[in-house]
Design a binder for this molecule. Structure first.
Ligand SMILES: [Zn+2]
Ligand SMILES: [Zn+2]
Length: 276
């Protein structure tokens, strides 16, 4: 959490930013929640979606959404989480139907940390992903998708489960996007939105900025993925939702439009996708 006194709001006029992905129940943010909420107000970040990564964590995530009318919750088990409760379809359907739960995830595939294992060994991860997709489709709520070093399988499994953008698709968002324009094109064609995080502001991320130039503004979301991935000028520090305007500012520079236009478009897209 940055010192509030250091935070200067980026804009004089009124904008409304939505952080579509944050982990406020993680201890480093939870302990600072009152200060974070004040920083969000100061930065005109009016809403945030609190993302669940284990069933064990869900009650805490959901409690935030019940307590604050500008927070919402998801339910899901992150593909990197092992040694946690494996979610059944009924686990996800029950929690996913609760008030203020507006998405299923984060879920997906992550082959980045295979270690000694092969992709074939990750069948459990693919099965977990399929369970989430089935829950999302039954509930007609969008998926929050995490994919790393696994984009081909992610897209293929979504398609096999019927997620091709046709009627009956749950849809959703590829969060913290770091893939190629080709993967973005495929995800868009299957009906998904693309969300960019603070990575977009990193000096080394020129390729990703080119992807952002390619993604249409009406299919784009912004997020912090806090506490991780703080945007420049806070890179390396603990991230929080009040920093999401820096992601919007970077997209505005790429799209050559005002940051207010990015705030408005990404908030509207959030409404269209998640129907909060
Ligand atoms: Zn993720
Ligand atoms: Zn996340």
């Amino acid at each position: 959490m940055a010192d509030r006194a250091l935070f200067a709001p980026l804009f004089d006029c009124f904008s409304m930013f939505t952080d579509s992905h944050c982990h406020l129940t993680f201890p480093e943010l939870r302990a600072e929640l009152p200060q974070i909420r004040q920083a969000m107000t100061d930065a005109q970040v009016t809403r945030a979606l609190c993302i669940c990564t284990t069933l064990e964590e869900f009650a805490d995530v959901h409690a935030l959404a019940l307590q604050y009318d500008n927070f919402w919750a998801t339910v899901g088990v992150h593909p990197d989480n092992e040694g946690v409760t494996e979610p059944s379809l009924d686990d996800l359907l029950g929690r996913g139907a609760l008030p203020r739960v507006i998405g299923i995830g984060e879920t997906g595939l992550d082959y980045y940390r295979l270690g000694e294992r092969t992709v074939a060994d990750m069948a459990w991860q693919r099965e977990r992903f399929r369970t989430h997709i089935r829950a999302a489709r039954q509930l007609a709520k969008p998926l929050v998708i995490h994919t790393r070093s696994a984009s081909a399988d992610t897209l293929a499994i979504l398609k096999e489960e019927g997620e091709n953008g046709s009627a009956g698709s749950a849809g959703g968002v590829f969060h913290c996007f770091t893939e190629t324009a080709q993967v973005a094109r495929a995800a868009l064609d299957q009906g998904f939105y693309i969300s960019f995080s603070g990575i977009l502001t990193f000096k080394s991320a020129q390729d990703l900025r080119e992807v952002a130039a390619f993604v249409p503004l009406d299919r784009m979301l912004i997020e912090t993925d806090s506490p991780y991935l703080a945007p420049v000028p806070y890179r390396g520090k603990t991230n929080n939702p009040s920093y999401v305007p820096y992601v919007a500012q970077q997209i505005a520079a790429i799209k050559q439009c005002s940051v207010e236009a990015i705030a408005e478009a990404t908030s509207l897209n959030f409404d269209t996708l998640f129907r909060p």
